[in-house]
Write a protein that binds this ligand. Structure first.
Ligand SMILES: [Zn+2]
Length: 236
């Protein structure tokens, strides 16, 4: 399974069983992984790296959006295989260090409950513990100088973060703070639904051309306009 090209510098590796996307960024020759995939997912991800004609040790940083097993489950194995440094929000790091997912998100609406039940069924509550090499807070740049800016987007989980790649054609990585279905949407399952909606509104206030979601297809170009339209409808 190769990594799929999204826009220059961004590739997507999909894990169909848990319906999760991991992104590989090529930042001036150094690769960054946004999330790691489910337990055992490192093999699929490294196959994607090989498909890009790159080596495992080309991954220098692993950024985990949150400590759910479908995103962070392969974090420890991927760090071992690559030597990459792992970064996440401190509120998620304490959970990930124990291999725990933390409070269980509650699904909203019939469609949301159905979607979330599939995730819950396929993603275990526990995963191989992964240690953070550094903490990421709102406004921080991911260490390494690749202009990856942290946006705190709690709601789906307490310490959930999204990432904006600050380059001329800006790219947003939402993790589970937004899902892509018929368009961008706050995720259907959250620990705090109000907070999740506020986080979505916050993302809608940022400018970006491309949005890459933890679930669903990327949107490009004009992604932030799609967020604004959706956010206006949610607010109205
Ligand atoms: Zn999640």
């Amino acid at each position: 399974m190769s990594a799929r090209f999204v826009v220059p510098g961004v590739w997507r590796v999909t894990f169909p069983k848990v319906n999760v996307n991991v992104y590989l960024l090529d930042a001036e020759g150094r690769l960054v992984a946004i999330d790691a995939g489910p337990p055992g997912g490192e093999e699929r991800l490294l196959a994607g790296v090989a498909g890009m004609d790159r080596a495992p040790e080309d991954i220098h940083q692993i950024v985990l959006t949150h400590a759910h097993s479908d995103h962070a489950g392969a974090g420890a194995a991927l760090a071992d295989a690559t030597g990459a440094a792992v970064y996440m929000h401190p509120a998620e790091a304490v959970l990930a260090a124990r291999g725990e997912t933390g409070p269980t998100p509650t699904a909203e609406g019939r469609g949301g409950r159905l979607l979330w039940s599939v995730v819950r069924w396929s993603a275990p509550d526990h995963f191989p513990p992964v240690a953070a090499d550094g903490a990421l807070l709102d406004g921080d740049a991911v260490p390494g100088g690749e202009a990856l800016r942290v946006v705190e987007t709690p709601g789906h989980s307490p310490g959930h973060i999204s990432i904006v790649w600050e380059r001329p054609e800006r790219v947003l990585f939402t993790g589970d703070a937004a899902w892509s279905r018929s368009g961008p949407d706050p995720g259907p399952a959250n620990v705090d639904a109000d907070e999740a909606r506020r986080s979505f509104q916050r993302l809608a206030g940022l400018g970006f051309e491309t949005a890459c979601f933890g679930r669903g297809r990327p949107i490009t170009p004009g992604a932030s306009a799609r967020f604004r339209t959706r956010a206006a409808r949610l607010a109205g």
